[in-house]
Design a protein around this ligand. Structure first.
Ligand SMILES: [Zn+2]
Length: 247
């Protein structure tokens, strides 16, 4: 029962994230107006706005103009539902759960915006860093998490500076530095080191795979999704990683 509630809540949040992903980079309010079709501008009726189900019933098309609704909408809704379900199972029902629901939802949002627009939005990342700092002082070991923040941000900052000289083009950007600060303050210095390692492996394997398939190098590499995935994997295996550092 609790599992169902969490999956459905996740899907509803995912639906809200879809609104954020579309509107935040365009500077449109995320509250008003209500959902509308980006093609014909028609308001979306409440019964066409049910997460996951409506997309399937409408065969992924707008009821008014029959234009295709991106498959991204249903993917984000399912993914957020699964994320909520996984975190419930992993953490149990306690206050930690809500911290990680917030953190990983934020990472999902920032990652998808980076993939779609190549932007990392300050007004999404900075409030997240502030929340992380507050938690570091109130609940966690502040030193461990502040070191994590500067270590993560610092390493990516150096890479941003060095990579144009090595590659002859810009690889990563300032946005990646901000996301590394966010990851570092939430995860602490041990997990941020493993995050950077895992994300670089994922970047080489997946990024290289995409490069082989599409045979072209984009001018921008969205690195945030790899950082986010690396952070998630490191967090899931945090017990083993912390044990490695205390040896
Ligand atoms: Zn339409």
């Amino acid at each position: 029962m609790l599992e169902t509630i969490f999956f459905v809540s996740g899907a509803i949040f995912g639906s809200f994230f879809n609104v954020c992903i579309y509107r935040l980079p365009k500077d449109i309010s995320i509250i008003t107006p209500g959902s509308f079709c980006p093609v014909c501008g028609h308001r979306i009726r409440w019964y066409d706005n049910i997460p996951i189900i409506s997309w399937i019933l409408l065969f992924g098309r707008c009821r008014d103009c029959k234009e295709i609704i991106s498959i991204r909408y249903i993917i984000i809704e399912i993914l957020t539902g699964l994320l909520f379900l996984f975190l419930l199972q992993f953490c149990g029902l306690n206050k930690e759960l809500f911290i990680w629901l917030f953190f990983f939802s934020l990472l999902l949002l920032i990652s998808v915006i980076d993939i779609e627009t190549f932007f990392v939005l300050d007004r999404v990342v900075y409030p997240g860093i502030v929340v992380g700092l507050v938690l570091a002082f109130l609940i966690w070991n502040p030193i461990e998490h502040i070191i994590g923040m500067f270590l993560g941000g610092g390493i990516i900052f150096l890479l941003v500076r060095v990579s144009p000289k090595l590659l002859g083009k810009e690889g990563m950007g300032e946005g990646d530095v901000e996301v590394a600060l966010l990851l570092g303050v939430f995860l602490g210095w041990k997990l941020i080191l493993s995050t950077l390692l895992v994300s670089s492996i994922l970047g080489v394997v997946i990024g290289g795979g995409i490069l082989l398939l599409t045979r072209r190098i984009g001018s921008h590499i969205p690195y945030v999704p790899y950082l986010a995935a690396g952070g998630f994997i490191s967090w899931v295996f945090s017990g083993k990683i912390e044990a490695f550092f205390t040896l």
